[in-house]
Design a protein around this ligand. Structure first.
Ligand code: IMP
Ligand code: MG
Length: 181
């Protein structure tokens, strides 16, 4: 699996250090607010686990699973909710946790979808931000790293559902795409 990675973009240590900083900042900003962290599956799973370990306030968590309609390369702009929240969020401070903010279509849809339930606030946290690819009007409130326009995998991020288990974030070799279509 690791031979498919062209280069490592963020090592385990870089991820650990940056995520600890994000956690400390969120701790400060949300103290006393008892926020609910909403992880967007499946990409969020490692980031969510590490981020929440460095958040030192009372908080709860929940998960959603979403997928974009379309053929995989083109998104129609609509997002399918595969798993919704298990509790009401009315009056709560919601913190959405995503792996990567790319076109922004997923997060802007999700934000609107949750806003209807009248939470006290909605905050977006993303590990990676690719601002050059933005199509929807959405901005991260907290972002770990700004990345160039390359396809990255690892630490939760997948290509065709694989590579999520890599402990670092790397750029996938282009021959992996061409081989698989
Ligand atoms: P958006 O709706 O275009 O912002 O897409 C966000 C979703 O696209 C993420 O949650 C990822 O699942 C996927 N995605 C976008 N860029 C990458 C990438 O470089 N590697 C892996 N997945 C990506
Ligand atoms: Mg994905």
């Amino acid at each position: 699996m690791r031979q498919d990675i062209e280069r490592i973009l963020y090592s385990e240590q870089q991820l650990r250090e940056r995520i600890a900083e994000l956690g400390a900042q969120i701790t400060e900003d949300f103290r006393g607010k008892d926020p609910i962290f909403v992880g967007v599956l499946k990409g969020c799973f490692m980031f969510m686990a590490d981020l929440l370990r460095s958040v030192d306030i009372y908080c709860t968590m929940d998960f959603m699973a979403v997928s974009s309609y379309g053929d995989g390369t083109t998104t129609t702009g609509a997002v399918k909710i595969n798993k919704d929240l298990s509790r009401d969020i009315a009056g709560r401070h919601v913190i959405i946790v995503e792996d990567i903010l790319d076109s922004g279509v997923t997060l802007s849809y999700l934000k609107n979808y949750l806003e209807v339930r009248q939470p006290a606030s909605i905050t977006l946290v993303t590990l990676l931000d690719k601002p050059s690819r933005r199509r929807a009007d959405v901005k991260a409130d907290y972002a770990g790293f700004e990345v160039e326009d390359a396809f990255v995998v690892g630490y939760g991020l997948d290509y065709a559902e694989e590579y999520r288990n890599l402990p670092y974030i790397g750029v996938l070799k282009s021959e992996v795409y061409s081989k698989n279509g």
